[in-house]
Design a protein around this ligand. Structure first.
Ligand SMILES: Nc1ncnc2c1ncn2[C@@H]1O[C@H](COP(=O)(O)OP(=O)(O)OP(=O)(O)O)[C@@H](O)[C@H]1O
Length: 258
């Protein structure tokens, strides 16, 4: 079998020390395959962002191992692109310049930067907005720009922390379709945190459900629905059955703990 793209091996993360120590993640073991889309759901505080930030190299684990391509993560790197809920675009740069920014850091020459930026803006449907400034774009367009920027530096892993959380329901659905469309043309490994159970099921190969206090693996649910997915799938009984399973795993467990 191929080596997993991302591995958590018995990972725990504690914040603070002594009596104030708090276990945010306890004994997490999980493999994510190359080219797989996994979504991570669970009640607030169950350690979703903590787990992702360890893969991003923004924080380190207290014990266990976090591996990308079989190598321990020792800090951030261009092989992992991170997309947060806030768009984090530079307001003084055009859409194209924002996408080119990461490529400058990679020391690509100007023509190649431009070509690559326009390619990824095309993939997210923003080719006609390359010369616009972020303030003239809708929230959904800004987030598409952030996705193009993350894709352009060619990371093999995309880490997305509630990227569509600030958007209205219709824009969210459009961006989910856009993400799947971009993924189908250029398959990266995606770890995607969301609070929205429908979103978690719609875009994923597998849904990872975490439980809180301490943060730990609750259940892994396979989403056995064909790609490409479309809005018909959302309305299917198969989709409803998986959504209900995820819902139960997240909320029943949480209700029992309350
Ligand atoms: N730097 C830190 N110092 C102390 N505690 C922290 C720190 N970062 C996170 N925590 C705690 O660890 C737990 C997990 O936090 P985390 O942000 O990973 O949860 P989450 O599942 O992403 O939550 P949410 O869904 O609300 O975003 C929380 O109780 C949080 O307060």
């Amino acid at each position: 079998m191929a080596e997993p793209k991302i591995s958590f091996r018995n990972v725990s993360k504690r914040f603070g020390a002594g009596d104030d120590a708090f276990t945010a993640i306890q004994n997490l073991t999980l493999d994510i395959e190359d080219g797989e889309i996994v979504t991570v759901v669970g009640p607030s505080g169950c350690g979703k962002s903590t787990a992702m930030n360890m893969v991003a190299g923004l924080i380190s684990q207290s014990s266990g191992e976090v591996l990308v391509d079989g190598k321990p993560v020792s800090g951030p790197g261009p092989d992992r692109g991170v997309i947060f809920q806030q768009y984090a675009l530079f307001p003084w740069m055009t859409v194209r310049e924002n996408v080119e920014f990461g490529l400058k850091l990679q020391k690509l020459d100007k023509a190649e930067r431009r070509e690559r930026a326009l390619h990824y803006l095309g993939l997210v449907g923003l080719a006609d907005f390359a010369d616009f400034y972020p303030k003239t774009l809708s929230g959904g367009m800004k987030q598409r720009c952030a996705i193009a920027r993350a894709y352009a530096v060619n990371p093999t892993v995309l880490l997305m922390d509630e990227p569509f959380g600030a958007l209205d329901a219709l824009t969210r659905v459009k961006l989910q379709n856009q993400l799947l469309d971009t993924w189908s043309k250029d398959k990266r490994t995606v770890m995607f945190i969301t609070h929205d159970v429908d979103e978690a099921v719609y875009i994923a190969h597998r849904v990872i459900v975490l439980a809180a206090n301490p943060g730990r693996l609750q259940e892994i649910i396979d989403v056995d629905l064909p790609f490409p997915r479309d809005d018909e799938i959302r309305l299917s009984p198969e989709f409803a059955a998986i959504r209900n399973r995820v819902w139960r795993a997240v909320y029943h467990h949480d209700a029992q703990a309350a």
